[in-house]
Design a protein around this ligand. Sequence first.
Ligand code: AMP
Ligand code: GLY
Length: 437
Amino acid sequence: MVHKLPSSLLVVGSGGREHALIKSLAPSHLERTALSPAPPRLICAPGNAGIAQEVPCFPVAVDDIAGLVALAQREKIEFVVVGPEVPLALGLVDELLKAGIPAYGPKADGARLEASKIFTKQILLKYKIPTAAAGIFSEVPAALDYLRQRQAPIVIKADGLAAGKGVVVAQSLAEAEAAVHDMLAGNKFGSAGSRILIEDCLFGEETSILVVVSGRDYVILPTSQDHKRIGDGDTGPNTGGMGTYSPAEVVTPELLRRIDHEIVKPSVDAIAAEGMDFRGTLFIGIMLTPSGPSVIEYNARFGDPETQVVLPRIKTNLLTLLWAAAVGELRGFKLDVLPDYALCVVIAAKGYPDNPPKGDVITFPSVLPPQTAITHAGTAKNSAGQIVTNGGRVLGVTALAPTLREAADRAYAACEKIECASKYYRRDIGARQLNRT
Ligand code: AMP
Ligand code: GLY
């Protein structure tokens, strides 16, 4: 059955990822890539100050499931693309489908792959997909007993969603014990931490593999690498991600074939075998260890800021890809990818990830380097109509160029020209790959 492309779209979310999705779904982009379907009408909820410059935004929060369904109905939306994990885990896609509105993103059962690290670990172990050994605990004494049989460094993970903060890579036994106490006894992450995983530490370079999945069919998107720590040289606490680049050349074509064979295909098959009809992005966080690739985690959505470097490299009309996945027509889908390199520097507010200030005025340069774009994340408009900081990660600057060095030079030139009192960004995005070549 051939499905007509939808003519009206709602993107749910308010971050840099959603701004990147909107840029790639925008009529101007689809026209520029000379693709045939008529440009769709695009709206966003709740969006941010940057997204609002491009499409109408509606103030419905990402966890207001009934409100989002009502918005989609009122605006006669034919296709919803869900960005963040929270509405997915709350069953937004289930509710949209019940209302007869197709959506991109898994239903709540598939979103559990991200919402419960224990659920995922059990699947990985059951289907013998490479991953670190781990124990599951809900009581402090048993967890401490287990810890004493292992050695540091060791990783303590809250089971549930904790906005990227529920993982402690403990360098000593004492640090590990403290994390166990914080989560199981101290209620640090509420019910998300009432069960934990204690996992062996993996060593190596990380890569983000984004896979568009539709049942047993899938398309692997261009590779990328994130920079999770707040500080240069991968120092300081973990964040949602401070910058990315694509392609991640550490993943050679041969290694990608191995990842497909040992991890991607077995994962997609396992998810289907467990009865989930997953239609959305399976984001596989992988550690490239000396003994081979190993799964760190699944996410059930696009990465942020991976999306900001992956989508600009995709030449294929993004709407046809997401729609094919949603309606079950992904088999044989051919993806065209640009040879260019993309690099994204995240501009955060000083104090992130703990206490970023809000309300600082941001001034943008009138001219950007070629093939450079700014995505907004935590931004808002103040009463004077100025764009101000409104969250930890504030902006992303993505540049495309024939080499990674040029992409970095372009992105950083733009970062320097953006003015904001609390501006902070890492200076070494891409350094691993740049230093290798
Ligand atoms: P997650 O929230 O699962 O993405 O974990 C956040 C980060 O913690 C990952 O990106 C890794 O840098 C690190 N991490 C998670 N699990 C492990 C592990 N088993 N070994 C080493 N590092 C890990
Ligand atoms: N950048 C990592 C994530 O989206 O989870």
